[in-house]
Design a protein around this ligand. Structure first.
Ligand code: SF4
Length: 318
């Protein structure tokens, strides 16, 4: 494995293996494009618990108040096998940064998975989470976890990549366990974290200040517990604009009236959904380069993930 790249567990049927119940595979453009930039661990939970290919399909049911993984063709319940497999696999993962799972699957889907009331079809249904994905959230509640369908949405995709790569960068701080590395990480991510959550940025700043002179490992663990939650929700555009305004403050006094109007106009266009975030971000970066603002130039907000992964196509799906 290449230590420089994040580790992502991916559903094997997303173009890597013909392992679906009907012997098919479903290639995915984003999953394929991401492969050179991550270390994939490819798994098929249903094959791994011995269901074979092709197989009778399974479905989630609510049976006597319990969610079960049921295979109507064989009449068998596979919940316990799946639970044991998931706990064993996830418990043994030494390192992992994210998951891309197949949507709507009774095993891998992370939301909107159909759950039938009882073993017979046609008696009503509700939506829930796949059985394997349920354990993924239990073991790794704050990792980057998505399904391929939702990743066609631009905001969800960029949020996923930002979380994936930021937590991956932090894994080096944990590994090296040096206070100076934590200070650097915090400085480099200041404006990215601010764009997500200003109050958590303050909490993290207090942890790094370490007025109580705690041991480095304790400080890093405390920092991680807050950092992970920074990415629990997508950033709001108002937060991003506030952050860009802060950054503009570095050279605001040196700007002409027309330059200021042009920059603020780009913030407004971003707010109105007329341009992508990268437009005002790159505009500010141009000024940071021209003014040689070293503290701004080291910020990860410019490129929270590899630039090659930037793709502004948006399905609008959620
Ligand atoms: S959705 Fe999951 S369990 Fe189903 S075929 Fe794909 S990898 Fe296997």
């Amino acid at each position: 494995m290449d230590r420089e790249k994040p580790i992502v567990v991916v559903s094997n049927c997303l173009g890597f293996c013909e392992c679906r119940y009907n012997g098919q595979t479903i290639p995915d453009r984003f999953v394929e494009g991401l492969e050179p930039f991550v270390n994939y661990i490819k798994i098929c939970p249903e094959v791994d618990i011995g269901l074979g290919v092709p197989r009778e399909s399974v479905r989630l049911i609510l049976d006597n108040g319990k969610y079960e993984l049921y295979q109507p063709g064989s009449g068998l319940i596979h919940t316990e096998k799946m639970d044991n497999y998931a706990k064993d696999f996830l418990g043994k993962l030494q390192r992992v940064d994210g998951f891309i799972l197949k949507g709507r699957s009774p095993s891998c889907g992370i939301k909107d998975v159909k759950v039938y009331y009882g073993r017979e079809k046609g008696v009503g249904s509700e939506k829930s989470i796949g059985r394997f994905a349920f354990h993924v959230y239990n073991y790794f509640p704050h990792k980057a976890i998505e399904e391929e369908g939702r990743l066609t949405n631009l905001n969800i995709r960029e949020h996923f990549l930002t979380r994936l790569y930021t937590l991956h960068r932090f894994s080096f701080v944990k590994e090296e366990a040096k206070f100076s590395k934590l200070v650097d990480f915090h400085a480099d991510h200041k404006y990215l974290i601010m764009a997500y959550n200003q109050s958590k940025l303050k909490e993290l700043g207090k942890i790094v200040a370490n007025h109580e002179k705690k041991q480095t490992k304790v400080v890093i663990d405390e920092y991680e517990s807050i950092l992970e939650t920074v990415f629990d929700t997508l950033p709001r555009y108002t937060n991003y604009i506030n952050t860009l305004m802060h950054m503009m403050g570095y050279f605001k006094k040196e700007l002409s009236k027309k330059e200021k109007e042009f920059i603020l106009g780009s913030f407004q266009k971003f707010k109105d959904g007329k341009i992508h975030l990268s437009v005002p971000v790159n505009l500010l970066k141009g000024y940071a380069i021209a003014k040689d603002e070293q503290y701004l130039l080291r910020q990860l907000i410019w490129n929270p993930f590899p630039e090659e992964l930037l793709d502004i196509k948006d399905s609008g799906n959620r």
